[in-house]
Design a protein around this ligand. Structure first.
Ligand SMILES: Nc1ncnc2c1ncn2[C@@H]1O[C@H](COP(=O)(O)OP(=O)(O)OP(=O)(O)O)[C@@H](O)[C@H]1O
Ligand SMILES: [Mg+2]
Length: 453
């Protein structure tokens, strides 16, 4: 009997919850969500409580809640999601029992799960022995600050102690003492365990306007699903960087402040700007002339310092192989080479490869991305490979959704999950972090009724 079920796209959250619930937890990776809610429910067993998230969008969560509660009407439903402006809509519209921050500490997470388990037992929705003995808790030390809110489920009543929270007061504040607990910021930096391999990825192109910034932003978004709040995106397009504009962010500081603070971790953190999708941004210089305050060596030192704090460091660069881009390439593990289907751009990529190989600056992992691919260009992917002298790893089609997302200030892969360009960029995320995704071979597709055995 596995009473708890987690459906999530975050490998890190999954391993954390496994650590807390052990054998009592069944996990269905987000990969299955794309196959439809039935595919998830078919694998769900007989759960008593399901945790949905982090990194499931509204439609996915709604589909799962409906399908799961249809099949298991007594199920307790917890949505794992950060405090965002649209959270209230989720609470209003989904038949869930509670919302849990993915950043809630272990004690608070277990406390919430235990309270919901007890409530299900008390209301005849589960038997006591459905849940093994709860793990030991240091109740005195509980921090409830990250338990965002309990939603009134569409049920006849709710667990003792969490019912009828006043509209603007989270239910857990029922205890005055606990309500005094310091509020933990939803985006606290998770500590990077020593020995955690950090990866740094430079996004480069010999020519301008190829899609470096678009890819950088969406890579950060995709990697933040794997490692929430352990991803930083550095806008090293020093003079004309536009990442904060493309994400509708107001910068807390800029790269000029960040390089000046690179020796002091605490100050450095204050120069970063947080994005709600779970990553941080080092904004570009506030005006072109201030870019001179960032010598190339200082950029290298900044990348190294960030690699000690974050699991993934992504560096968006200026077009061409200027001093800063070369230094960035020297300090990264991966390079994403971006090109369009224009012959001059492709020839320039070939020259860039030759040069980097000649000077020994080709990073260990190379990812060749053909962006804005278009059947009307007169070239095929094979022609492209012939010109650049290397295989294309990911082909991102031209899509109007890219500009639309940028104008809305939202990363494409969250703005339009079905868009072909978004899907292609997801496959780049998968290439860069293959271990975070289940292997294809373990997905057993359900045989269709009209398919021969
Ligand atoms: N796959 C795509 N389909 C359609 N438009 C795209 C695609 N990728 C990028 N674009 C658009 O192309 C333009 C240039 O993209 P982007 O700013 O990401 O390129 P860049 O390489 O960072 O440019 P720069 O060299 O100026 O920094 C933007 O308007 C962006 O919306
Ligand atoms: Mg750019």
């Amino acid at each position: 009997m596995t009473p708890y079920l987690l459906v999530s796209r975050s490998a890190e959250y999954e391993s954390r919850l496994r650590g807390l619930l052990g054998e009592r937890l069944r996990v269905i990776p987000g990969e299955f969500v794309r196959l439809g809610p039935e595919s998830v429910v078919d694998r769900a067993g007989e759960p008593r409580i399901v945790l949905l998230g982090p990194i499931l969008n509204y439609e996915e969560t709604r589909g799962l809640v409906n399908e799961l509660t249809d099949r298991h009407p007594n199920l307790g439903v917890v949505v794992v999601r950060e405090q965002r402006s649209d959270l209230e809509d989720w609470v209003d519209e989904l038949a869930m029992h509670a919302v849990l921050s993915p950043n809630a500490n272990d004690e608070a997470t277990l406390e919430l799960i235990d309270r919901l388990s007890e409530w299900l037992v008390a209301h005849g929705r589960a038997a006591m022995d459905d849940f093994d003995a709860p793990p030991e808790l240091e109740i005195d030390d509980l921090s409830f600050a990250s338990l965002e809110t309990f939603a009134e489920p569409e049920l006849d009543d709710v667990p003792a102690g969490i019912e009828d929270p006043p509209a603007d007061v989270p239910a857990e504040s029922a205890s005055d003492e606990l309500a005094q607990a310091p509020v933990q910021q939803a985006w606290d930096f998770p500590p990077l365990a020593s020995g955690t391999p950090s990866e740094a990825i430079a996004v480069v192109a010999p020519k301008g306007g190829q899609g470096k910034t678009t890819l950088s932003i969406n890579l950060a978004t995709g990697l933040a699903e794997i490692a929430p709040n352990s991803v930083v995106l550095v806008d090293a397009d020093l003079q004309f960087g536009d990442i904060t504009a493309a994400l509708a962010l107001v910068p807390e500081g800029t790269i000029v402040d960040a390089v000046a603070a690179a020796d002091d971790e605490l100050v450095l953190k204050t120069t970063l700007t947080h994005h709600d999708d779970g990553f941080f941004v080092v904004a570009s210089a506030p005006s072109p002339e201030l870019a001179d305050h960032v010598p190339a060596a200082a950029l290298g030192a900044l990348i190294e310092r960030l690699r000690r704090l974050f699991r993934y460091v992504i560096v968006d660069t200026t077009p061409g192989l200027g001093e800063h881009s070369l230094i960035a390439l020297e300090h990264v593990t991966d390079a994403v080479f971006v090109m369009n289907m224009g012959v001059p751009s492709l020839r320039a990529v070939r020259t860039e490869f030759e040069l980097l190989n000649a000077i020994g600056l080709m990073p260990v992992n190379r990812h060749v991305v053909l962006n804005m691919s278009d059947r009307l260009s007169g070239l095929t992917a094979r022609d492209v490979e012939h010109i650049i002298g290397a295989p294309v790893d990911v082909e991102v089609p031209r899509s109007s959704a890219v500009l639309l997302a940028s104008n809305r200030g939202v990363p494409l892969i969250h703005d339009d999950v079905r868009d072909p360009a978004a899907k292609a960029i997801r496959s780049l995320v998968q290439r860069i972090a293959p271990d975070a995704f289940p292997k294809r071979s373990i997905i057993h597709r359900k045989r269709r009724s009209n398919e021969p055995e």
